[in-house]
Design a protein around this ligand. Structure first.
Ligand code: GLA
Length: 399
């Protein structure tokens, strides 16, 4: 049945039902109804990893899993945030002027960070009551943070009557992540949450911020995307992500280019001695990954989705061996998935945990799920979460 139904039609209804429930909870908490409910999806990056902050190419897909925010403006500058997540502290009460670099920590930093970044953009904001709810797995490399940031960015701009285009909104959300949350990320996740579309991947040039939707017609090819959440929590605030970023910037300086985006595989080879072994491998990942993104886009645009598998595999090997951001749980997931019939698989997101993504023939999904489960049991890893995803719409108002 799944193959016959456009998956996202199903999720629209589910979103409306969730939005309805959230609005009721909001009313119970605050004594008044929300002005609206906004949603923004998580993302899975199909290919183009650790290329965004090198001003290169990425190809993420917005997920059919989203963060919802029920929001109402206030007459003063108080900001009250609640979450339905039982592991988040119940409520955070603060004021707009408490937001900023070094401002709140914890999950409300995403909310207050975005409000701060919007005010920096010149948008006049009132205070807000905010209740958030998500089914994007947290810390799983699926951009739950960008989903939260983008839902709030859209809600606050709508309610302030401001008009910023979607790429600008994504940059505001990213600024909150970089400067308030303190994670030195690129702009891929927020752009995916803002520009995602049904049955499409988001091809983004991270230098020009030009976006092109690339058809991802997997169902007609008998294929599906499967996420394997290793359950190993990854963090972008710890030093490893910043370290990779600094290495890339240093390599670009040595290669005398503005960013690794401007280097070619031949240039990196020629500069091997000058770069030294480590920076040579880091750069080799980035320049080869940019080429793989372009190859995948070409294949998808000529209706050859079934042929991208080996590029996904090559991306994983490069991230594991040259960029060194994988981990055993990710490697085992990728290996088990491909042995059980996936056309290709790779870690997705920042790495060091989080999730892998596999391109799987619809008929092989249970074989892949079983194989990954068995490989994890054998190594005494905690059971992974394995689920299919459908490319879905970007951030929007639900009610
Ligand atoms: C995280 C960051 C992104 C990107 C990826 C790696 O998801 O938020 O900006 O750098 O890691 O590709």
């Amino acid at each position: 049945v799944r193959g016959l139904l456009p998956g996202s039609a199903l999720s629209v209804t589910q979103l409306e039902v969730r939005a309805e429930g959230l609005a009721e909870r909001f009313t119970a908490l605050t004594g008044r109804g929300p002005a609206g409910v906004w949603a923004a999806p998580g993302r899975v990056n199909l290919i183009g990893e650790h290329t965004d902050y090198n001003e290169g190419f990425v190809l993420p897909v917005a997920l059919d899993r989203a963060t919802l925010a029920a929001v109402a403006p206030r007459r003063n500058d108080a900001a009250h945030c609640w979450s339905t997540n039982p592991t988040s502290p119940q409520a955070v009460s603060t004021t707009l002027d408490a937001a900023g670099p070094g401002g709140p920590t914890g999950w409300s930093a995403y909310v207050l960070g975005v409000l701060w970044a919007l005010m920096k953009e010149g948008v006049q904001l009132p205070g807000f009551d905010v209740l958030v709810d998500t089914n994007v797995p947290l810390g799983a490399g699926l951009s739950s943070s960008a989903a939260l940031e983008c839902a709030i960015t859209l809600a606050a701009t709508d309610l302030a009557g401001a008009t910023l285009d979607r790429s600008r909104l994504a940059q505001v959300a990213r600024r909150a992540e970089n400067e308030v949350v303190g994670a030195p990320t690129g702009v891929m996740d927020q752009m995916a949450a803002m520009h995602g579309g049904r049955d499409a991947a988001v091809f983004l040039d991270c230098r020009s911020l030009v976006v092109r939707r690339v058809p991802l017609e997997l169902t007609t090819a008998g294929l599906t995307l499967v996420i394997i959440n290793t359950g190993v929590a990854h963090s972008l605030v710890d030093g490893q992500y910043a370290d990779r970023r600094a290495a890339c910037e240093q390599a670009a300086r040595l290669l005398d280019v503005p960013a690794l985006r401007d280097a070619t595989p031949a240039m990196v080879e020629r500069a091997r001695n000058e770069l030294g072994e480590l920076l040579w491998r880091r750069s080799r990942h980035v320049v080869s990954e940019d080429e793989r993104v372009l190859d995948v886009v070409r294949l998808l645009e000529s209706g050859r989705a079934g042929e991208i598998g080996s590029l996904l595999d090559a991306s994983h090997a490069s991230l594991r061996d040259d960029f060194e951001v994988s981990c055993e749980e990710l490697d085992v997931a990728v290996e088990a998935a491909t042995s059980a019939g996936a056309f290709g698989a790779r870690m997705t997101g920042g790495g060091f945990g989080g999730s892998a993504v596999a391109l799987v023939p619809v008929d092989e999904v249970s074989a892949v799920r079983d194989a990954v489960g068995a490989a994890y049991r054998e190594r005494h890893f905690a059971a992974p979460e394995v689920f299919e995803v459908v490319a879905s719409d970007g951030a929007r108002r639900i009610r």
